[in-house]
Every structure is written in structure tokens, then in C-alpha cells.
Design a protein. Sequence first.
Length: 608
Amino acid sequence: MGLPALGLLLAAALLRTEAALPARSFQIDFERDCFRKDGAPFRYVSGSVHYARVPRPAWRDRLLRLYMAGLNAVQVYVPWNYHEPQPGVYDFTGDRDVEAFLDLAAELGLLVILRPGPYICAEWEMGGLPAWLLWKADIILRSTDPAYLAAVDAWLHVLLPKVKPRLYQHGGNIISVQVENEYGSYYACDPSYLQHLLGTFRALLGPEVLLFTTDGAQVEELRCGTLQGLYATVDFGPDSNVTEAFGAQRHIEPRGPLVNSEYYTGWLDYWGGPHASTSATLVAQGLADMLQLGANVNMYMFHGGTNFAYWSGADFKGQYKPVTTSYDYDAPLSEAGDPTEKLFAIRTVISKYADLLDVLDVLSPSGPIQSQFPLIFETVKQAHGFMLYRTQLPRDILAPATLSAPPHSICDRGYVMLQKEYQGTLERDGQTELRVKGKAGDTLDVLLENMGRISFGANFSDFKGLLGNLSLDSRLLRKWLIYPLAIDAAIQQGWPHAALPKSSCRGRAGPAFYTGTFETPGIAWDTFVKFPGWSKGQLWINGFNLGRYWPHQGPQQTLFVPGSILRVGCPNNITVLELEGAPPNPFLLFLDQPLFNRTFNHSPMDKE
Ligand SMILES: CCCCNC(=S)N1C[C@H](O)[C@@H](O)[C@@H](O)[C@H]1CO
């Protein structure tokens, strides 16, 4: 392609910058029975932490432990009575600073599932309803009783304006909001009450936020607890049959994501009764069964904490049963915040389902840029490294179709995945076509690598990225999400070591991060690292970017590692971004000599 055409193409690409709008969406895909976050399939693995049961100085510790266990969201109740001790008197300070708790979760990269009630149950005093409601002795709680609704609306008009700017669609981290709580278990069964709440939540939160209900996984409980316009979810513990329980949800929601909003990791204690104890193995197995189904799960409780002061509630089953001060719940994180055997069992399960590409929230914290056609690095002000281009197949492609790029428009290498399965590599001066097949809506990703801008010999600017439009059987692919990747920043901040649970990993085809640690033998000398059987990628040790490796291409087979970046007497963190395919049992070798030339003597170290 001559320069003018390339120039024109470039101009066209540049002209399209106005189309670049930030995409922040969290919706239900009723076709593919999943959530979509920014247009991409998304599944949450969440845990309940109640800020009202944890002193504020410990919030960061508890949320970080939840994050490091591999969860990507935290479910949060808002107890009305904790914030409105007297009618019209509000307290959001100190341990009651719910905004600070939500913002801390956001800072730690956690999404939030918010449950503002107004009734929350939770073994909390009066289920979160303020005791002063009972000054009107004949009030009918959780109904369309005008006195009750007046107090509810006044409270929601104070609380929900604090929530709205933190909604995911507004740049925050709250992905969904629950209306009421297990209303199907309440005798009143007043659908006008739920309808009123729906109206108030929509008026104060806007049309985009995902609103849902939660009820026990029994059809009779779902009958009164659900409402058109509120996505119905269920709750059940490890002693339930997963298929039957989600079958109850499907009775109300035949399509949409499976959601267990309260997967009981333990249970509450009553005065006079035994401390609850639920087997870690049973809890982990139930979690694995649900994740295998692709379900979204919130573990109730991940961390229970304590019913300080007079905040413990009570159950009534023909007999008054007050709940204890400890809300340990036999949860994965103990009342005092200590990890338990159950936490490690859960972390192991999650690590088997952790999806590295879900870490786009970390690697691309500003979120994707939405554009009709691909944008180049320079348009989005990305200098070096990698960008991820994502779109969906526009139609079923049941027979292999040709995915193609204009010649020389791949600057410089594009690693193609369909539904996260590696399809092959598009190259600047090489292969520009691949054969793919899939279903409408399948996610097509192109991880685009900048291999370095021309330093001599060209009379044009060496722009980077997808400089042209990809097509499928000659029909242009549109509606792209573009993620500039800040990999170095994430690694320097401790990702993925702090985030991804350690698990024995087997090599896979296509782009993937591999992490590990190693000890030096008491010295920190210069060394050379070799990649037996690896293909091409990038290497970091202790946050230092050592550069590109490409033993598949050669000639060099090792990377130089300066001794100055190594640590003695403590683990060294190593992160590998392999782009085309790691060996089945990935390992690295440290040598005291460089290998500058690709050898073909098939020595054991060269074994693929
Ligand atoms: C014996 C408790 C019966 C009601 N509560 C139930 S089932 N639960 C569901 C309820 O939504 C939650 O807030 C918690 O109260 C949980 C028990 O920890």
C-alpha cells in the first residue's frame, strides 16, 4: 500500500477519534444468560462484609483479604437504623461513613453489590428498621402503610443520592442494587409495597442501574418476593441441591444469569445454642459446582464481624431466639479477621475459575474506550506495550470465515482470541488472515503488541495499533472496545502476585500471565534466563521490565538479568506475559552464560 493510501487510512482513523466515548455499562444479556460489563461477559464471585460489624480502621484489612482470596466483588448491607437514630437525625461519620467504605472498595479494585433494604434482616436489630417506627404502635412494617412508606421515602431520599454517583454507569463500582430483602418470606405479601420501592429506587438512582431481589430458592417464597422490573435472584447454602435451587430461579427468570445472592458459608449463632460449623470441603464443593455452571455467587458471610453495642437481632420461630454478639458465622474470615481453612479452600476453587482477562479492570483502570472502528495507540495516548481490542461476532459463523486485516495495518503483532481461545497471530509484514468460526455475540479479542517504532530508514511516522479495519468474510467488524493496558504500573503495584491465588498452572495457547517467586542462592549476581519451550512474550522480575523474549524466532535464547534487580534472602517475584503459547509444564532456567544464537542441537534444555 502506497504512503498516500496509508496516509488516507490514517487520516480516516484519526477522524474517527470523536467516536471514542468511555463505555461504562453493567447489564444482563438475556440471550447468553450472563452479565455484561462494558459489553463483555462478566461473572462475579462476591463476599458479604458488613461495615457496621467492623471498626473502620479494620475495613481495609478485611477488604484486602477478600480481594486476595480471589473475589472480585463485595456485597454490602446498609442498616437504616445505624444511620438514622432519631427521625430526621442522620449519622454518616466514623464507623458509619458508608461512602468511605464504598470508596475504599473501589480503591482496592472491588465491585460492589449494594443492599440498602430498607429492610435487610441480617440478624441485625429489627432487620435494620429503626425502632422509632414502633412509636406508632399500629404501624404495619414492610407494607404500603403510609406512615411506614413516609419514613422509608424520607430515608431513601437521604441515602440514595449518596449511592448514585458511585453506580458503575456513573464511573463508580456499584454494579447492582437489591430492593428489600427476601420479601417473599414475609407474611404481608404486598406487591404494591415492592412496586412503590421500585418507583423510588428508579427515581433516585436512574434508569440504568441493575435492580434485583433475593428470596429463598423455593417457588412459594419467590411468589411474593419478586416483581416485574426487578431481576429475581435466590439464596441457598451448601446443603441445597444446586440444580433444584437454580431451577427455582429459572421459574421466575427463564433467561439471564444464574445468581446465588447468599451462599451460606456458615450460619448464625443463638444464645444457648451451639456455635455454627459448616464443613470447608462442603462449602468449597458447592462453590465449585456453581462456578462450573457459570453462576454468579455471593458468599454470605465472607467476614461476619461482631454485633457491637445493642445491634444483634433475633429470630422468632414460635419462640424468641436472640442472636449472639459474635457474628463469626464460621465464615472464611473469622470474627477477628483471621483467614481460616475455609478461606484457603475457597481460594483454591476460585483460582481454578479465575479468568485472567477479567483483570482488565486492573490493567485498564480507566475502562475501555468505545469506538465504531479500531483506534491507534497514539489516538488514545498509549506510547508502548499493548492494547486490547474487543468486539463481538455480529452473526453466527458456523463454517470457518476469514478474519482479515489490510496489508501492513497490524502494527505490529496481533494475538487473536475468540471466547478467550487463541486463534493465531496477525503480523505487520506477514500473516494478515485467520480462519475463525463461532456464534453471534462471541467475544473476539485482539491483543496488539507494539514491537518498537522505526528508528531509521522510514519517511513516515510509525504509528502503532490496528491501523485498518478488520473484516470477517469481507464485512467490516464494528463497535469496538479498546483497552489501553498499563501492565507495568499494575505489576509495580503488586499485581498479579497480590491478586491471583497461587495455583499449579499448566501452559496454555495464547496470551496469558504466569507468575511465580524464586530465591537466589544467597547472591545477587548478573544472570541469564532461558525459556525452554516458550514462544514469545515479556518478562518482569520484581517489577523490573526485562524486555521481550522470542526464542521461537531467535536468535537470542536468553534474557540478561542484572544482579542489581534481584533480592537476596527474600522471594523474587517473576511475571511472564506469554503471547503465543507456554509449554505444558512451564518453567524457566537461569544460566551463567548468554545464548545469543538459536541452537538446533536439540539439547534437553531446548526441548519444547
Ligand atoms: C434463621 C434465619 C432465618 C432468616 N435469615 C436468613 S435465611 N438469611 C437470609 C437473609 O437475607 C440474611 O440477611 C440473613 O438473615 C440470612 C441468615 O444469616
